[in-house]
Write a protein that binds this ligand. Structure first.
Ligand code: ADE
Length: 231
């Protein structure tokens, strides 16, 4: 079974509309929709915004459905000239950019206990996502680090800081929390994000304008991924 998590309804509803033999279960305030897509078992969920909601959703999905892998899909702000609006970024690794125990001598993003800064994405899942994204709508797909935090990044100053600290090429608010949860449960995962804005002073306007198209692009990539996934 393939698990698919998006933060917002708009990032998941297209996939849900394609599910056959649908069954729904509400757990801890989140609706899980399972069934088949192209003959493959999938389960989807809209987790809500931010790292806590995302981690709760991923953990619940793992315990209730035991997925073979989890994909986090949706939109992101670009931190790199290499990813423009409606291009896609496939994570090779993820970081929680607002995790900060530097006052105790740790490096930025360090997660004590696990003792890591970066969560590497599964290689098979990520390369298949990249293959699927490369054929979509004439837009570019790139691979790179995605930084997640509990804030909508909307200034050059914040953007530059995340790039300087973590060399990330996109920012969003859930991916690293899902990565963290999957890592702890030994579940392979991947993150695919379509760029809706450039995380700068215009990001709130670009986000509103491009969210529907970016979400649709990400959903189409997921549809292709499910078709091609072999496990
Ligand atoms: N998701 C889409 N754009 C974003 C941004 N600029 N910051 C955080 N999450 C986002």
């Amino acid at each position: 079974m393939i698990g698919i998590i998006g933060a917002m309804k708009i990032e998941i509803e297209k996939i849900d509309s394609l599910i056959q033999n649908k069954s729904e279960k509400q757990i801890a305030g989140t609706l899980f929709v399972s069934g088949t897509l192209n003959g493959k078992e999938i389960v989807t969920a809209v987790c809500g915004i931010g790292k806590v909601a995302a981690a709760m959703c991923a953990q619940t999905m793992i315990m209730a459905y035991s997925p073979d892998c989890i994909i986090n899909t949706g939109v992101a702000g670009s931190l790199s000239d290499k990813a423009g609006i409606l291009d896609t970024v496939i994570a090779d690794s993820l970081v929680e950019h607002d995790m900060d125990t530097t006052a105790l001598g740790d490096p930025p993003g360090f997660i004590s206990g696990i003792d890591t800064v970066y969560f590497p994405a599964d290689k098979y899942v990520s390369s298949l996502l990249f293959e699927c994204a490369s054929g979509i709508g004439g837009f570019k797909a790139i691979t790179g680090r995605i930084a997640s935090g509990d804030q909508f990044v909307a200034s050059a100053e914040k953007k530059d800081k995340i790039v300087a600290q973590f060399d990330a090429c996109a920012c969003e608010m859930e991916g690293a929390a899902i990565a963290h949860t999957c890592f702890c449960n030994k579940v392979p995962f991947g993150v695919i994000r379509a760029i809706s804005d450039c995380a700068d002073g215009s990001s709130h306007m670009d986000y509103a304008q491009f969210l529907p198209q970016a979400a649709a692009a990400a959903a189409e990539i997921i549809r292709l991924f499910v078709e091609k996934y072999e496990k």
